[in-house]
Design a protein around this ligand. Sequence first.
Ligand code: UT7
Length: 332
Amino acid sequence: MKKTTAAITAVGGYVPDFVLSNKVLETMVDTNDEWITTRTGIKERRILKKENAGTSFMAIKAAEDLIQKSGVDPSEIDFVLVATATPDLPVASTAAYVASEIGAVNAFAYDLQAACSSFLYGMSTAASYIESGRYKKVLVIGADKMSSIIDYTDRTTCIIFGDGAGAALFEPNEEGLGLQDEYLRSDGVGRQFLKIDAGGSILPASEETVKNKRHYVYQDGKSVFKFAVSNMADVSALIMERNNLTHEDVQWLVPHQANKRIIDATANRMGVAPEKVMINIDRYGNTTSATLPLLLFDYEKQLKKGDNLIFAAFGGGFTWGSIYLKWAYNSK
Ligand code: UT7
């Protein structure tokens, strides 16, 4: 019997209209365009300014874009997974709300939180459900409103992050396309280097925690950078090696957009030429769970059926990994 694989059959995306440029950041904190550009590759990021709108607002827009383009009937979607580090509410699944709002009335839904690796892990979850034969249509949405957890007086974090959402539909494939292999990792040693201290079960919100700005993202950038560079490159090289792929076999590297220097190091290690590396960090910054699907959204028209894509991500926790996927369609 032929093995059923899990292929991406449609993508969608959404970024808010408001652009926060390096020039504007220069007026907010002690930084400059040259430093941000050379150290990170970021020129601007999008910020969701709409009142009372959370991560679900962007997730719904991305899903609606996918539904409209692909013509998929939302009532046929079996499962909606929202990969996010910034759920609408600390309790109550954002995915359940998104599923209802997009008309996925027959789906079950839940959130997945693995910091910047959330979408990568979500791809693995979606593929496992499809490969098992249990479900036929799985919608994975990566969405984050990072501006809701960033201190815009802290120059070490506010220059990096942005808001956005991307979506991908996974369906069974009998031609051997879709997810081929994965290598996912985590290491709790990293928790101290990238975190939000308060608002969880260790340190619930209080007057004190708000006053001391402990609900914002803290990052020891240098340490995270060190781990990210070596681990993202290692897993990407490993997944190529164990699938007997040379740089010529790889059409696209789809890397998490945290820092252009981390992306370059990963591509170098894989021996993949710069024109094969998907990049949009210059326009969106680090959108956490949304970086990978937003790349697919931006590059969809250039992808061809049968292309070999290597996904790679690294994030808080630490969490990281790589996925090898064969693209399943030519876009219209
Ligand atoms: O997506 C989740 C995973 N996250 C990551 O992968 C992020 C990994 N880390 C990074 O991308 C980088 O570490 C950063 C972009 C966050 C920082 O770049 P860096 O090259 O590691 O800079 P640094 O933290 O070592 O700081 C170098 C200098 C310092 O000044 P001194 O001590 O050398 O005088 C900082 O105070 O740059 C200073 N600095 C800034 N200067 C201008 C820090 N932030 C800024 C800023 N503008 N925004």
